[in-house]
Design a protein around this ligand. Structure first.
Ligand SMILES: [Zn+2]
Length: 328
């Protein structure tokens, strides 16, 4: 009997909370997937070891042989031209690493790197709600806040490939400490971790009623705040309202700069769209120059649950989209 060998690629999504790996076919099918917690990683070497052992375990669990074509990785904050990770405020273990060179040396495979928000933005244009749009902005609301700006159908990369680090735009002088080492960055207010900080601040500074007042602070998560808000918890609702207000004001600035057709919100916190949207749209409207008003749509990603589309993009689409960054 003839042996079956299938071409696959490895997609790795490095997030501030989880690192997800998948074995992906050219059609975008996830054959196998696994993940581990980012917080468990002790060092750069530990990260590479975990990736290698997961890839080996996943590949050997398949019933057929595979030909691994390469690795596509999505990370927060990279320099695309060099492969070094910079400004990855939530990934201290990778701060000085050249992930392309290191993984190529260990795995002996071509490695492609893309900023996670760029991958999400490209995915939205290829498979999601931005299909057919030329001017749109994708905002990811995960552990941090990522941003990808598309102008005339092209991703805005900037001089060093880092365009769109809007999460680190300073919105408050002397504000909250950020993982990037500065204070008052947008993502310290508007993100999964930002809303937790808002909630904890409100706990201490207001007497708004909340069922979560007696919970240990370390157990408060954005998911818990969302669940509480859905049951009408005053403090949780206020946290969403304030988050929407800050985001809405900043989105009005973005729309003033780029006159985009749509802003698409993706990532964990965007799943709470029903609670954020009224506040976001109100504050966009209130802060927008009159002639921009009502022209852009605020949409929520449908790709949040379509992991396969994003995983496919990480390797199989990337060499086509970013031919220039191919490194052998
Ligand atoms: Zn920052």
């Amino acid at each position: 009997m003839e042996k079956i060998i299938r071409d696959i690629a490895i997609g790795i999504d490095i997030g501030g909370t989880n690192i997800k790996l998948g074995l992906i076919t050219p059609d975008g099918e996830i054959l196998k997937k696994d993940s581990f917690l980012t917080s468990k990683i002790e060092s750069e070497d530990d990260f590479y070891n975990r990736v290698c052992s997961k890839v080996k375990a996943l590949s050997s669990s398949l019933r057929f042989q595979v030909n691994i074509m390469g690795i596509g990785i999505g990370v927060p904050g990279i320099s695309q031209s060099e492969g070094t990770i910079s400004h990855a405020a939530n990934l201290p273990f990778l701060k000085e690493s050249n992930i392309i060179i290191s993984l190529q040396a260990i795995m002996h495979l071509p490695v492609y790197l893309i900023k996670d928000s760029s991958a999400a933005g490209l995915g939205e244009g290829l498979y999601g709600v931005a299909k057919g749009m030329k001017d749109y902005i994708l905002i990811t609301l995960g552990t941090g806040l990522g941003c990808a700006i598309f102008i005339n159908g092209e991703l805005l990369k900037g001089n060093t490939g880092l365009a769109g680090e809007f999460g680190h735009a300073i919105i408050k002088e002397g504000g909250r400490a950020c993982g990037c080492g500065r204070n008052g960055c947008l993502e310290t207010y508007v993100s999964g971790s930002g809303i937790v900080r808002t909630f904890i601040e409100l706990l201490a500074t207001t007497d708004i009623t909340s069922h979560l007042r007696n919970i240990k602070l370390k157990n408060i998560t954005s998911k818990l705040i969302y669940a509480a808000a859905q049951y009408g918890d005053g403090l949780a609702l206020k946290s969403f309202e304030l988050t929407g207000e800050i985001l809405g004001k900043q989105l009005s600035n973005l729309l003033t700069l780029f006159d985009s057709e749509a802003i698409i919100l993706a990532g964990g916190l965007a799943n709470a769209g029903d609670l954020l949207l009224p506040s976001i749209t109100h504050h966009i409207d209130e802060n927008m120059l009159p002639f921009y008003k009502g022209k852009a749509q605020i949409l929520f990603s449908a790709l949040n649950t379509n992991e396969a589309a994003l995983m496919k993009l990480l390797y199989w689409e990337q060499p086509l989209l970013f031919g220039k960054i191919k490194m052998k």
